[in-house]
Ligand binder design. Sequence first.
Ligand code: ADP
Ligand code: MG
Length: 459
Amino acid sequence: MSSPFTLGWEEWVAFPDLGLPAIKAKVDTGARTSALHASVIEPFGPIDKPQVRFLIQPNPDDLSLEFTCSAPVVDRRQVTSSNGEAELRYVIQTQLKCGDRTWPVDVTLSNRESMQYRMLFGRTSIADDMMVDPNHSFAQGVLSFDLYKGLPKRKPVKRPLRIALLTKEPNNYSSKRLIEAGEARGHVVEAIDTTRCYMKIDAHASEVHYDGRALPRYDAVIPRIGPAITSYGLAVLRQFINSGAYCLNQPDAIAASRDKLLAHQLLARERIGMPVTTFANSPKDTKDLVSLVGGAPVILKLLQSSQGKGVVLAETRKAAESLVDAFRGLEANFLVQEFVGEAAGRDTRCFVIGNKVVAAIQRIAAEGEFRSNLHRGGTAEAVRLTKEERDIARRAAQTIGLSVAGVDILRTNDGPKVLEVNSSPGLEGIETATEKDIATLIIQNLEAKVRPLSREQRL
Ligand code: ADP
Ligand code: MG
């Protein structure tokens, strides 16, 4: 007969599901439930599937070693600790490994700085066939905090993330897909109406408020800010960043992508091909603008155009000049651009995620229309890119500074030319035409970038 599994009065244990390879535990048969010493204990997740995440410093003698863990909550329990203090604690269930045995245990989370042992091993965690020998120390062998050294500092985050999707349209295709993809990967995604957010700007505690309450801290924000509210939306985004969230696309990059003049200048600086583009302030220069782009036909574009709404084609010089004057009369800001006729109402939308082109479609304008925007009735089909197109798309996104971007390219006689770089590219057209799961790729990109909760981020 083999000898029974014996626990000493202190033991080294591991929590594989929490990603903790070594914790020193004190076995305390006087305590009912096991407890883990954690801080920044924060509940999240839907009401019917609650989770909790917390920070743990496994080595009491080296507080710089810290890890973020999360686990499903199985209960909340009133626990009276040895000093008589009653506290409502979260109870998680997780696998415990000690020696060569692994078994599920319930563990309460408590935040008591004074505990020398990060874990208290209570009665209910000790199986019937186990023995406790209070004269023995580390009966199941000795581990070391060195086990944490092998863990990469910025390994992709496996823990569930709390993600805010900033959008005014939680029910459109792109929003629904991002929520679905995030939840499928175990995260919590909350759609938040950007225009309803307000802010408390403070050196010590920047907060975003909504409906009379401060929003919790998010790990990440996915901005889907419409062009109508760019300025306010970017302020809200900066506020989320100040409160410790990682932002999928940075506010400055979004601002650059929304201003066609600035975007073209940034792209030109990097020698990225584009149709010849002009811009002037004074009406005296109208004629020259049209000449500089090679004469009619020309394209006029409002600087803030989107979905093709502010883009017009002037077929003759006369039409071009009157349009320029009319736009000026309206005090609109616009640029005048060479018309690329050989593109024949087609452009290529390249979807870039983290410096990689993950999908591309060709958009074909409706009959009698030169704008290929899907919102203007264009149709989409999957397309194979040349290496040159791939490179230019990647470089354009990188130049504007976007980690997720839709780069629009015209195929011209002089090679690919970038028309614009979109910071909130729609998912419907491209996912449907290419049958690729772009939403999941976006979520995976976030997972790789979000750092575990660190001390600096704790506000
Ligand atoms: P928006 O931001 O409103 O979508 P774009 O600059 O992308 O504005 O232009 C909309 C569409 O008009 C493009 O997708 C393309 O089909 C067409 N277009 C824009 N500029 C040109 C151009 N210089 N030559 C030919 N077609 C163009
Ligand atoms: Mg466009």
